[in-house]
Design a protein around this ligand. Structure first.
Ligand SMILES: Cc1cc2nc3c(=O)[nH]c(=O)nc-3n(C[C@H](O)[C@H](O)[C@H](O)COP(=O)(O)OP(=O)(O)OC[C@H]3O[C@@H](n4cnc5c(N)ncnc54)[C@H](O)[C@@H]3O)c2cc1C
Length: 463
């Protein structure tokens, strides 16, 4: 059996335990919800084959993941159903326990020789892994598979901006932008009959009914979860959109984005796989896309990993905090409550269209996200509250919300990873955006029409 090429920099021992003589190995899948191009799974398979023990994959399904609701759970479960089918074909058992992931992981590790997990960068994901590392009696090994360049290899400190991390990441690309060879099958197969109460993934409705989750936000039809769907979107992007990505990615009236973000958020597709596919082309959109997928995305991971205040205004650089404070009492041209924002009841048809796009489809156009966040800063009477409103709405409605990129995107609207601009009311030196810019650059009314058209189709049950 060939060994998959997994760079040691992706692998980190989270505790000091020695391998014990257990009955099986566990891959605790949590952030990287896929079997395709998953370094953590390949690593565990390799170790299982060497130890000649069976491998089980465990997933912890908590009902109260912060800010998650029916929309998010539905998308995630669609993906997990596919993971189950794929593991079934490999004769690997998937155990999904309805409890907080770290508790189930400790339980399942009881008779394990070794446990592997993937890597998450947000606080809760790190706390879970730290807890398990302390509690289990076998090694807990983390394999980082949701970035192209492992984040500590790229940089050991919080980076100031894309300009400062770009060089560091680019230096590593030759080493890490390499295909993952799959060893694919365990030598010892079959169910272990662990007697654990695994959720029946084939019956999603039943699971969703059983879970005690927030049901206030409906699931969406436009984006279905799972690796297959991700690959379909990717193919569509490569075949029809990548060539024009550099010119048209910012234009909200056009549809030239990859739509990879929901799939990346749940780990349903590998960023390395996407990067390799795009790198293999000589498309004029290639470099612009890789800048977003690798540099911008991995800058976000660098930010949330190194800045403990990533979910509030204190994360901003000093110049941004100072200037926003100095302009805190400036009169605002409009003031809206959180309800008015949520129900898209501002005076601005473009802002309202963006909010509706997010509420109805689960994904707002990337350029409009910037405009949307900047206007919340402008139309709330203090920046601290504006910051929290933007995060709240983003995390509630975006399929890709609650992600390092979301925390970074909101922070960017308030000055993070940016420089000081000409000083003005309310924003101070933070970069300003207005509707005149939208009208000048794009046929922005077409965006409003496009969003209205999608909503009409949704209401008619055609999407
Ligand atoms: C206020 C605000 C909120 C945001 N919230 C989120 C969020 O909750 N989740 C999320 O994934 N992204 C968020 N973004 C970043 C960006 O807008 C989305 O990643 C992008 O629009 C997703 O669509 P796509 O996959 O079709 O993008 P494409 O343009 O096709 O890009 C491909 C991939 O590159 C990465 N990428 C693109 N733009 C950025 C960016 N500006 N920063 C970091 N990575 C990027 C994403 O992983 C994306 O999937 C936010 C940005 C702002 C300004």
């Amino acid at each position: 059996m060939k060994q998959p090429k997994i760079d040691p920099e992706r692998v980190k021992f989270l505790n000091q335990e020695k391998i014990v003589s257990g009955d099986y190995l566990v891959y605790w899948m949590q952030a990287s919800q896929r079997t395709h191009y998953n370094h953590a799974l390949e690593y565990t398979l390799h170790r299982a084959n060497k130890l000649e023990q069976p491998l089980i994959v465990y997933f912890g399904l908590t009902s109260d993941y912060p800010e998650a609701n029916l929309r998010h759970y539905t998308f995630m479960l669609e993906g997990l159903q596919e993971v189950k089918k794929s593991l079934d074909k490999m004769n690997i058992e998937l155990v999904v326990l309805n409890q907080s992931p770290e508790l189930g992981a400790v339980e399942i590790a009881e008779n394990a020789s070794l446990m592997v997990t993937d890597r998450g960068y947000l606080n809760i994901e790190r706390i879970w892994r730290e807890y398990v590392a302390q509690k289990v009696k076998c090694p807990l090994i983390q394999v980082e598979t949701d970035v192209v360049v492992p984040i500590e290899t790229a940089s050991l400190k919080e980076e100031y901006a894309a300009a400062t991390i770009r060089r560091k990441i680019n230096k590593q690309l030759e080493k890490f932008l390499i295909p993952l060879k799959s060893s694919s099958y365990p030598s010892i197969k079959g169910s272990l009959n662990l007697g654990l109460d695994s959720l029946p993934l084939y019956n999603m409705k039943k699971i969703l009914n059983k879970l005690n989750i927030n049901r206030t936000v409906e699931s969406v039809e436009l984006y279905k979860g799972g690796t297959k769907q991700a690959l379909i979107h990717l193919k569509e992007f490569l075949d029809h959109k990548l060539d024009r990505f550099a010119d048209l990615r910012n234009d909200p009236s056009q549809e030239y984005l990859s739509n990879m973000s929901p799939y990346l958020h749940y780990g349903q597709i590998s960023p390395l796989y996407i990067a390799l596919k795009v790198s293999d082309t000589d498309s004029p959109g290639r470099d612009a896309f890789l800048e977003e997928l690798i540099i911008r995305r991995e800058l976000s991971m660098n930010f949330v990993y190194n800045n403990p205040q990533y979910d509030n205004i204190l994360c901003l650089p000093d110049w941004a905090k100072k200037t926003l404070r100095e302009h805190e009492n400036d009169p605002r041209p409009y003031l809206y409550s959180i309800e008015e924002f949520e129900e898209a009841r501002t005076h601005d048809p473009y802002w309202n269209a963006a909010q509706k796009e997010m509420v109805y489809t689960g994904k707002m156009h990337g350029y409009m996200r910037m405009y949307w966040g900047k206007k919340i800063l402008e139309w709330v009477d203090n920046p601290v509250e504006a910051y929290q409103i933007a995060l709240y709405l983003n995390n509630k409605y975006e399929l890709d919300g609650r992600d390092a990129n979301g925390y970074t995107g909101v922070a960017w609207c308030f000055g993070k990873h940016d420089r000081a601009w000409k000083e003005r009311e309310v924003f101070g030196k933070v970069r300003y955006m207005n509707d005149k810019g939208l009208k000048r650059k794009f046929k922005i009314d077409n965006y409003v029409d496009r969003v209205d058209g999608i909503i009409e189709l949704i209401h008619e049950g055609l999407i």
